[in-house]
Design a protein around this ligand. Structure first.
Ligand code: PAF
Length: 281
């Protein structure tokens, strides 16, 4: 596995090897890899002959009071995992490699970013769009892989490539859950044993919504209330939002008809966890 940190070196390497855009699959990450990331890498490897992974904890997508400094990092472990998966190239830029000291340009998606996480993490999706477009310009892949756990991120990025004619196919990959149902996240490392137990109310709340839906309930407010009930019985859980929205344009729905996403963000102690489930009526 080739490891590079400078954008210019990466371009040079790919050009020297004569690797074409059509062959390149790309998995952008912030590291501290888990099985969720590795599922993206495996799909990428399967569908492309040249697989690039990036690890970059992007300061632009963290708010001033968020966990940028505390965000878990373990580059040696990540390298070993990616080597084992047969990744061809790992791109690990520093902040200086990515952002000039007088960097002054950003990409802003203005509709889907207003809701859900975007309403609480101001500027977050600008940071995501900006770094992902930069990474796309550096790596120049044909396909890029993102997890559905960050459902809003996936939809925002799909919208960005559509609106800006970015020649990259955005591929969404299913949420990977631990044996107990908790969605895998690098942030799960913040949880104590007791908090992790309480956090299981998150997938339980989603399952409860799905159960009601399967019984025929179509009122979003009823599903939301049930989920809130499941979560509020937990110790130390603070619900930031529970929302049911159109799965494509993220518009609010009252009566579930087509495909919707049931999404939530919950603080468990200091860890802010998100999860979602797609329901199709
Ligand atoms: O999902 C992530 O890990 C990040 O938001 C991404 C897409 C790598 C951009 O920094």
């Amino acid at each position: 596995m080739k490891i590079l940190s400078k954008p210019s070196e990466l371009r040079e390497f790919i050009e020297q090897k004569g690797i074409k855009r059509e062959e390149i699959g790309f998995v952008p990450t912030m590291g501290y890899l888990h099985e969720g990331h590795l599922s993206l890498v495996r799909k990428c490897r399967h569908e492309n002959s040249f697989c690039v992974v990036s690890i970059f904890v992007n300061p632009l997508q963290f708010g001033p009071n968020e966990d940028l400094a505390a965000y878990p990092r373990d580059l040696d472990r990540d390298k070993a995992l990616l080597e084992k998966e047969g990744v061809d190239l790992l791109f690990v830029p520093t902040e200086q490699d990515m952002y000039h000291p007088d960097f002054s340009t950003s990409v802003k998606e203005t509709r889907l970013s207003r809701y859900m996480c975007g309403a609480f993490r101001l500027g977050h999706f600008d940071g995501v769009c900006t770094v992902v477009l930069k990474l796309f310009n550096i790596v120049q892949p044909k396909r890029a892989y993102f997890g559905e756990k960050d459902y809003q991120q996936l939809q925002v990025l799909r919208r960005m490539v559509r609106d800006l004619n970015v020649p990259v196919e955005v591929v969404g990959c299913p949420i990977v859950r631990d044996h107990d149902g908790l969605a895998l996240s690098s942030r799960n490392v913040y949880l104590t044993k007791e908090q992790r137990q309480e956090a299981l109310r998150i997938p339980k709340a989603l399952e409860e919504a799905e159960r009601l839906f399967k019984e025929g309930e179509r009122r979003a407010s009823v599903l939301e209330a049930k989920m809130r009930e499941v979560l509020s019985a937990g110790k130390g859980l603070k619900v930031q939002y529970i929302e049911i929205r159109d799965a494509d344009n993220l518009e609010e729905v009252e009566e579930i008809k087509g495909r919707v996403v049931v999404a939530l963000a919950v603080y468990v102690g200091k860890a802010r966890l998100i999860d979602n489930k797609i329901l199709e009526g």
